[in-house]
Write a protein that binds this ligand. Structure first.
Ligand code: UD1
Length: 380
């Protein structure tokens, strides 16, 4: 039986790697991989395929950049002829990006059974493009694979039959565990990024905080972006910051003329980092400042304190059990959370249930059983 995995953006690649491996290991299933081309740079795309040993995609739709609607429409137009000519026995989509939404819509309209990995996460904030994607994809999915209890609760309260929900754990943590020993050393990452040698040595020897910010709510409004960068410049007087700039954030900083704010203090700016470099920095950081979804989970799994610059999280287990603190969007709150973290060593946590590196194996076992007509779906 053929299982078609559809991916498009950086976090998708991290999640699909263990699933492709587990599918390949299953004699009864033949994986196929379609890349939408939503992310296309070497730094956002091919380096992840290389490091995570993801097979080359069978097809790349090369949709590139655009508004969310443009991306979604182009992916749908590209996918429909492919999936209708040779319909797979099941389509798998992961996460919540525009590629996930577009692929789910096409599969559902063609009557192809659909599995969603990382189902049920809800921020409750529909101004996030990802939240709209999550709601629609879950509504259309036949099998919903969840990573934490809140996701099961959300799906049940939305009326999804518990028979379709399978609690499998977190595929992103499968990848983290598989790659942790290969993480890149901090010094080599910083010198590879062309950072000032004295500043890099200071970061490696005395400690640093790792920063990633790219959510539209933080970076698309120039005033908001300016105040965040000012806050980072103040924090950098207390601890060196390593700021991995997402292309979206870089573009916004440049168009708002805010580049100077990054030059004035102990901030090491790097391009988007490869997976092994990013987890190498995360593992060694005193703490992390982020608005990413995946980084909230990775820091919890690594036991590194995380300050999330958002008002809501779709991953509450990272706050309830892990090392994550939802700081909110106030600059003052961020500054005081940093002070508390520096003074107290940061929040400690525990590893959430089923974040054990075996989520992809459970997903493939459930799909195999489902397609084989066996009754292996567990009640949630
Ligand atoms: C997308 C996802 C987000 C995820 C993030 C991780 C959606 C709605 N959002 O946001 O959930 O956390 O990816 O990176 O799908 N760009 C490049 N090179 C690339 C890819 C993008 O320069 O390889 C530029 C684009 O031209 C665009 C900007 O980055 O200007 C944003 O890319 P886009 O794919 O629209 O969304 P992200 O902000 O990356």
């Amino acid at each position: 039986r053929t299982i078609c995995c559809i991916v498009g953006a950086r976090p998708n690649f991290v999640k699909i790697a263990p699933i492709m491996r587990a599918l390949t290991d299953c004699d009864r299933l033949t994986p196929q991989l379609i890349h939408t081309g939503q992310h296309y740079d070497v730094a956002m795309n091919s380096i992840f395929f290389d490091e995570l040993e993801i097979p080359r995609p069978d097809i790349n739709l090369e949709v590139g950049s655009g508004t969310g609607t443009e991306q979604t429409a182009r992916i749908m137009l590209g996918l429909e002829p492919i999936l209708s000519t040779r319909p797979p026995d099941m389509a798998i989509v992961v996460g919540d990006v525009n590629s996930t939404l577009a692929a789910a819509l096409v599969a559902a309209k063609l009557g192809i059974p659909l599995a969603h990995v990382e189902a049920g996460l809800r921020s409750g904030d529909r101004s996030m493009p990802e939240e709209v994607n999550r709601l629609v994809v879950d509504r259309l999915s036949d099998l919903l694979f969840t990573s934490e209890q809140s996701a099961i609760d959300n799906l049940i309260s939305e009326g999804v039959s518990p028979r379709r929900i399978v609690f499998v754990g977190n595929v992103m943590i499968d990848t983290l565990r598989a790659c942790s020993t290969r993480a890149a050393p901090v010094r080599s990452t910083l010198s590879g990024a062309g950072a000032d040698p004295a500043l890099s040595e200071q970061a490696a020897a005395l400690g640093f905080a790792f920063v990633t910010l790219h959510r539209p709510s933080n970076v698309d409004d120039p005033e908001r972006l300016e105040s965040l960068l000012n806050a980072l410049a103040r924090i950098a007087r207390k601890i060196t910051l390593v700021f991995a700039l997402h292309p979206r954030t870089r573009a916004m900083i440049e168009s708002a003329g805010l580049d100077a704010l990054l030059l004035t203090s102990s901030i090491i700016v790097t391009p988007p980092l490869s997976y092994l470099r990013a987890i190498g920095l995360m593992k060694e950081a005193r703490f992390v400042i982020t608005d990413s979804g995946g980084v909230q989970e990775e820091t919890t799994a690594l036991g590194i304190p995380c300050l999330t610059v958002r008002d809501s999280t779709e991953r509450p287990v990272t706050v309830q059990q892990g090392t994550n603190i939802l700081v909110g969007t106030s600059i003052e709150a961020l500054a005081s959370a940093v002070d508390d973290t520096l003074a107290g060593g940061g929040k400690r946590g525990q590893i959430p249930p089923m974040w054990d590196g075996k989520a992809a194996e459970r997903i493939v076992a459930a799909i195999d059983a489902h397609l084989g007509g066996r009754h292996a779906l567990l009640p949630a």
